[in-house]
Ligand binder design. Structure first.
Ligand code: MN
Length: 235
């Protein structure tokens, strides 16, 4: 190869993708490492999905960091006719570690946000039936709308408060974050036994009952008392 043909992004073979970040309320950018999600962390939602919360504890799955969607409307994804909302409290870690004791887990939290775990329910259902992984149902482009990170030094650690989602002004989901089966310290402790956590990890902490589909043109309004709000259209 001659010098004329050398790529411009030396030593990379092509330019690396930009870092994924989420704005912090009050200024600054929160750099994202991984996106973890908790499944079936509210008993009533577990029941509406056909499970027994007393016999099946919550569990984890992941989305991709670049699935996060900030500040723009939600593009209806391809290959699905049943795209559903799940409003969730998002925990943003400022410190990582492995085997974090629950008693010290909150020291690792930098902030919180309102998030949506958008789900291609038809593809997720097919994956469940076939015993296949969930990525096609959960980890698609723009599948994780999120509001600004609200720092702990501004809002503290919310332990209770209404979590809700309205579609076109009608209440569809409502619960209280105090109803989470795994509270924030426990989910961090559990996750840190499975993975090495790092600064910049997000944890979508599960959704209350009432999940359902959206169509293009719908407007979603998510709210968590003491954390914030998120408003976006399906386009
Ligand atoms: Mn979820």
């Amino acid at each position: 190869m001659t010098e004329d043909e050398a790529p411009g992004a030396e030593p990379y073979v092509f330019a690396p993708p930009p870092a994924v970040t989420v704005p912090v309320r009050g200024g600054g950018l929160f750099p994202i490492h991984r996106v973890y999600c908790v499944g079936r962390n509210y008993a009533e939602h577990s029941i509406e999905m056909g499970h027994d919360p007393d016999r099946e504890p919550p569990f984890f799955f992941q989305k991709n960091p670049d699935n996060l969607l900030y500040g723009t409307d939600f593009p209806y994804p391809p290959m699905s006719a049943d795209v559903q909302f799940e409003v969730e409290l998002v925990v943003a870690l400022g410190q990582g570690g492995a085997d974090i004791p629950a008693e010290r887990a909150l020291d690792h939290v930098w902030g919180y946000a309102v998030g949506l775990d958008m789900t291609r329910r038809d593809l997720q259902g097919e994956a469940k039936r076939m015993g296949r992984p969930w990525e096609v149902g959960k980890a698609f482009e723009h599948s994780a709308p999120i509001g600004p990170i609200e720092p702990v030094f501004e809002i503290g650690h919310p332990e209770r408060g209404i979590i809700s989602l309205d579609v076109n002004g009608a209440r569809r989901q409502e619960g209280d974050i105090a109803q989470m089966i795994w509270k924030v310290p426990e989910m961090i402790a559990c996750l840190s036994r499975l993975f090495v956590l790092a600064p910049g990890d997000l944890i979508f902490s599960g959704t209350p009952a009432g999940v359902g589909p959206v169509q293009r043109g719908d407007r979603m309004h998510a709210s968590i008392e003491g954390v914030g709000e998120l408003d976006l259209a399906v386009v």
